[in-house]
Design a protein around this ligand. Structure first.
Ligand SMILES: Nc1ncnc2c1ncn2[C@@H]1O[C@H](COP(=O)(O)OP(=O)(O)OP(=O)(O)O)[C@@H](O)[C@H]1O
Ligand SMILES: [Mg+2]
Length: 268
């Protein structure tokens, strides 16, 4: 039996409660994540994918339900507390990095995460050489950019740095929210390849939201589909490996009762 690392139990979240715009987004969501799972998450616009990740990261208080991480109830832990063990990469390359700081400084901040002392001490020669090696391994000539400000990099390069920052100190959970959606096709493939490498090499339990059905099938050991704030499909193992895009579209339409797939979802 695989070990449970994260459990979301009967999660409810309503935005703008008590107003005419009240929106009950997560509606009794249950999800058990096993150690080492790499889960791709798909679902229509507004189905609650980002809200699921935000709930896990502790961005807001839940109306109801529990979140258990490593057998500890973290439902009432703040976002800051969780940030020491849960890391994220967002769709927007501008988020997740400090633009006015250098690549080396950003990586040092990430490596220093959870430490009360400032990151400056982390920026020593040993770590500098380590960063250089990590960047050289990525293969995008980023090792020449260690002293450049992150704000001067391309979107793809920034996502590479964001991904390295999120994984340099192995998190318990990595949350990826359409982290390639703003990139051109070449950068998309580079960042997806790096994502796969970082997750596999460090054995990081990961949840990845994507609108790209091919990526959802190609990456990860498990695929879940959300609809109206709940997990409606949960496929893993051989069943996932053998899945085709038309079958997934068919499943989606059947489960959601709508023809919701747009071209973006099909072809990224
Ligand atoms: N902070 C917030 N305040 C108010 N409403 C919100 C907030 N965050 C999300 N919502 C609403 O909750 C619903 C679900 O949003 P969410 O971002 O989780 O959807 P999603 O599945 O990620 O969609 P997309 O594919 O468009 O990213 C939407 O109607 C959205 O407007
Ligand atoms: Mg979203």
């Amino acid at each position: 039996m695989s070990q449970t690392i994260l459990e979301l139990a009967n999660i409810h979240k309503t935005f703008q409660n008590g107003t005419p715009n009240e929106n009950h987004v997560l509606r009794g969501l249950d999800l058990t994540v096993h150690k080492g799972d790499y889960i791709s998450i798909i679902g229509g616009n507004g189905s609650g994918k980002s809200t699921l990740l935000n709930a896990t990261a502790g961005v807001f208080r839940l109306d109801k339900g529990h979140i258990i991480l490593n057998h500890e109830d973290i439902t009432n832990h703040t976002e800051e507390q969780r940030a020491t063990v849960i890391s994220r990469v967002f769709q927007d390359p501008m988020m997740g990095t400090a633009p006015r700081m250098t690549v080396a400084e950003n990586l040092a901040i990430a490596l220093n995460r959870g430490n009360k002392r400032g990151f400056k001490r982390t920026l020593n020669e040993k770590n500098y050489n380590r960063f250089e090696k990590i960047l050289a391994d990525v293969g995008l000539n980023l090792e020449d950019k260690l002293t450049s400000e992150v704000g001067s990099l391309s979107g793809g390069q920034r996502q590479v740095i964001a991904l390295l920052m999120a994984t340099i100190k192995k998190p318990d959970i990595l949350l990826l929210d359409e982290h390639i959606a703003a990139l051109d096709p070449k950068a998309t493939e580079q960042v997806m390849r790096l994502t796969e490498e970082r997750i596999k090499e460090n054995d990081i339990t990961s949840l990845m939201v994507t609108h790209n059905m091919n990526h959802a099938i190609e990456y990860g050991n498990r695929l879940i589909m959300m609809d109206q704030g709940r997990v409606v499909i949960d496929i893993s193992g051989e069943e996932k490996e053998n899945l085709t895009v038309p079958e997934l579209v068919e499943l989606f339409n059947r489960e959601s009762g709508k023809e919701l797939i747009d071209n973006e979802m099909l072809f990224g």
